[in-house]
Design a protein around this ligand. Structure first.
Ligand SMILES: Nc1ncnc2c1ncn2[C@@H]1O[C@H](COP(=O)(O)OP(=O)(O)OP(=O)(O)O)[C@@H](O)[C@H]1O
Length: 270
C-alpha cells in the first residue's frame, strides 16, 4: 500500500467575490519531498499557502495533514499539526533581538510541549533549555549567531529573510511553506540560501513547499514542481519536464517572459 501523504489536498477552491483564486486543486506531498509551486503573478500561489496554513478558509475542498482533516480550522490548529510558514513580506518583531524573535516564534510550541513535559513529570527548565539550544543551533546554521543580541531591525535584508526561516524552523515543523524566501536577495545571498535549504533537505526529516520567482532556486531545490495558472493546476513534473512543457511556456508568454527564460537558463538555455 502507498504511504499516507503528509499533505493531501482535494478539490480545494477559494473564491474572492467573482475571482476564483484557487480552483479545484489536488495535491499530494509525501514526507521528505521538496515541492515547488510556481506560476505567473496572480496565479493563486499565496492563496494556496494561506489555505494550507489556516490563515483563510476554503470555499470548498479538503486539506489533510498527516491524515487529519484540517480545512475550516485556524492557523493555530495547522501549526499544532506541524505546519509552519514564512511570508512574502518579512514579519519579524523589529524591536526584539534576533534571539528573542526565534524564541517568540517558538511560543506556541513551547506551551504545548511544556504541558506534555509537565504531564511526564519533567521540569520547565529542561524545556526552556532545550528551546534555547534549538534556537542557538539554528542561528548558528544560518550564520546569524553573531547577531543574536542585535535588534532584528538592524539586520541586513538578507539576514532578516534568513531569520524568518529560522523562526519557522524553530517550531519543529513537519511541513514548511516558504513564500518567496529569496525575494530581494542579491545573487550571492540567493546562492547561500539555496545551499542552506539544500543542506536542511539532506539532513532533516522535513517536507517543503516553496513559492519562488527565482527559477534557479526552484530548479535546484525541488523534486517536483506544480505550475498554477489562473487558480488552476496547469502542470506537474520534474524541473526538467516543467522546463520542456509547451503549456508552461504558453502560460508565461505575455507576462513574465523573463522568469520563463530563467527556467531554461537554470538548465543552461532553452
Ligand atoms: N484577500 C483577497 N481579496 C480579493 N482578492 C484576492 C485576495 N487575495 C488574493 N486575491 C486575488 O486572487 C488571485 C490570486 O492571488 P495570489 O496572491 O494568490 O496570487 P500569486 O500567485 O501568489 O501572485 P504573486 O506571484 O503576484 O504573489 C489574484 O487575482 C488576487 O488579486
Amino acid at each position: 500500500m502507498p504511504e499516507q501523504p503528509l499533505l493531501e489536498v482535494k478539490g480545494l477552491s477559494k473564491s474572492f467575490g467573482g475571482i476564483r483564486a484557487v480552483d479545484d486543486l489536488n495535491l499530494s506531498v509525501q514526507d521528505g519531498e521538496f515541492i515547488g509551486l510556481i506560476g505567473p503573478n496572480g496565479a493563486g500561489k499565496t492563496t494556496v499557502f494561506n489555505l494550507l496554513s489556516g490563515t483563510i478558509k476554503p470555499t470548498a475542498g479538503h486539506i489533510a495533514v498527516g491524515g487529519e482533516r484540517l480545512e475550516g480550522q485556524g492557523a493555530e490548529e495547522f501549526a499544532a499539526r506541524g505546519v509552519a510558514r514564512t511570508f512574502q513580506n518579512i514579519r519579524l518583531f523589529k524591536h526584539l533581538t534576533v534571539f528573542e524573535n526565534v524564541l517568540a516564534g517558538m511560543h506556541g510550541t513551547s506551551d504545548r510541549q511544556l504541558w506534555r513535559n509537565l504531564v511526564q513529570g519533567r521540569l520547565f527548565r529542561t524545556q526552556e533549555e532545550r528551546l534555547r539550544e534549538r534556537a542557538a543551533e539554528l542561528l548558528e546554521t544560518f550564520g546569524l549567531s553573531r547577531h543574536a543580541d542585535e535588534l532584528s531591525v538592524h539586520l541586513s535584508y538578507g539576514d532578516q529573510r534568513r531569520l524568518e526561516i529560522v523562526r519557522a524552523l524553530a517550531t519543529f515543523p513537519k511541513l514548511l511553506l516558504l513564500d518567496e524566501p529569496a525575494a530581494g536577495m542579491n545573487p550571492a545571498e540567493g546562492r547561500q540560501l539555496v545551499e542552506l535549504l539544500g543542506q536542511i533537505k539532506r539532513t532533516q526529516k522535513l517536507t517543503f513547499v516553496l513559492i519562488e520567482h527565482d527559477m534557479e532556486v526552484v530548479m535546484e531545490l525541488c523534486d517536483r514542481i506544480r505550475v498554477l495558472d489562473y487558480g488552476k493546476s496547469l502542470f506537474e513534473g520534474t524541473p526538467e519536464e516543467v522546463r520542456r512543457s509547451p503549456a508552461v511556456r504558453e502560460a508565461y508568454l505575455g507576462g513574465e517572459e523573463d522568469e520563463y527564460a530563467q527556467l531554461g537558463a537554470a538548465y543552461g538555455g532553452l
